[in-house]
Design a protein around this ligand. Structure first.
Ligand SMILES: [Zn+2]
Length: 400
């Protein structure tokens, strides 16, 4: 079975009529695709287990040294694509199987990992599985509630897991290096006609919520110069943010949500709340942009007669990939005849959690039109296969 067929096959689990795939964290469909892959792994003579945090671990046992780990995730966003996450896991499996069929004898164990809940789409608990794997405390997240009112703890129990035992998933001490293949989820490789991206850094991100408060008043009788229009202030900030981010390299900023109160046709908005998502590959850039946001929004609020409150919702530090693995993956791409570029990742991945503990490397394959988290997500099967071969070559070198 080629990688294209394997992706088709896996998409049966949670596949919808729109062509999208829905395998939410802890749902039956996710464990069904696990069992499908475990059966294939067992045919190849690999042993597998599901750990206490719901991560699937397939093991090619050999030697005593720390393992070379390959992985990604099999959970999706609602009606997501069939490539995001699944490609990395299935390509990892194809790489292992190909090496075994070719008579390769590893000198150290090779692990294939599918991490639970990379997306965080159900409980807002993204990278739950990889965090548990490296030993971060995730038990405080188990009270989170999904849209149906089910807590994470309840969802775990229904799937046969004990939330109190999640610490048992910690196994980073048995891993020497981590490699992840993923779709780019952006347009850069396609635009430049390149087949493989070797990731140098994964962007850090900051999420802010900003609330501007003015005064709600009559849209007909309040003269323009006497208004304290919170939405107009928010709009000025959104445009200023776009200009500032365009002027800075390697940073992006997005206002993705906006809410006006009271939200009526004929009322000057008395309050406006916006989300701000900032990403950068250097921590000092994140610091600088946060300072800029505070100054810019305060100045605009002052001019508009508004009060302002800024709340930081989350911050994830950038993670650099290991230089020796960037080098290894670049050499592997060249050896496979793949045109490639070294690039940063704007999206978060399990590799950023694992990469804080052991050397990690990532490869991207092109995403058609840069589309992801969408049923129309597509990567050419030939590109996926080439990415798998680059991964396979790198694993063979690390475990040879
Ligand atoms: Zn993903």
């Amino acid at each position: 079975m080629g990688i294209g067929e394997a992706l088709e096959d896996a998409a049966r689990f949670g596949g919808g009529e729109d062509g999208g795939v829905t395998r939410m964290a802890w749902d039956r469909t996710l464990f069904e695709v696990y069992e499908w892959l475990r059966a294939r792994a067992s045919e190849c003579g690999f042993v597998s287990r599901i750990d206490a945090a719901g991560n699937l671990v397939v093991v090619w046992a050999a030697g005593e040294e720390p393992a070379v780990a390959l992985g990604s995730h099999l959970d999706t966003v609602p009606s997501g694509g069939r490539f995001d996450g699944a490609l990395g896991v299935l390509a990892g499996f194809e790489a292992l199987r190909g090496l075994r069929d070719a008579g390769f004898e590893p000198s150290r164990p090779i692990w294939l990992l599918a991490f639970m809940d990379e997306e965080g789409a159900r409980f807002g608990t993204s990278m739950f599985g990889s965090k548990a794997f490296v030993g971060e405390d995730v038990t405080h997240l188990t009270g989170r509630v999904d849209q149906a009112g089910v807590t994470l703890a309840e969802a775990m129990e229904r799937a046969g897991f004990d939330p109190a035992e999640v610490v048992g998933a910690t196994a980073i001490g048995q891993v020497g290096q981590y490699l992840e293949l993923h779709i780019e989820q952006g347009p850069v490789l396609e635009r430049n006609g390149e087949q493989v991206g070797v990731v140098s850094d994964i962007c850090g991100l900051v999420g802010l919520r900003i609330r501007l408060s003015g005064e709600a008043n009559h849209a007909g009788t309040t003269p323009m110069e006497m208004r304290r229009d919170a939405l107009a202030g928010a709009a000025r900030f959104i445009v200023a943010l776009r200009g500032e981010m365009a002027a800075r390299e390697t940073c992006v900023g997005t206002v993705g949500m906006i809410e006006a109160e009271p939200g009526a046709f004929n009322v000057v908005p008395g309050a406006a709340e916006i989300s701000v998502d900032i990403r950068a590959i250097r921590a000092e850039d994140l610091d600088g942009i946060e300072r800029w946001v505070e100054e810019a929004v305060t100045a605009i609020a002052h001019e508009e007669g508004l009060d302002v409150a800024i709340e930081r919702i989350h911050r994830l530090e950038p993670t650099a990939m290991a230089p020796e693995l960037v080098d290894l993956l670049s050499r592997s791409a060249t050896a496979e005849g793949a045109t490639h570029r070294v690039m940063a990742s704007g999206a978060g991945h399990d590799a950023m959690i694992i990469g804080r503990h052991v050397p990690a490397g990532m490869i991207f394959v092109p995403s058609a039109k840069g589309l992801s988290h969408n049923p129309g997500e597509w990567s050419d099967p030939g590109d996926c296969d080439l990415g798998m071969k680059v991964l396979r070559r790198a694993v063979a070198e690390l475990a040879g």
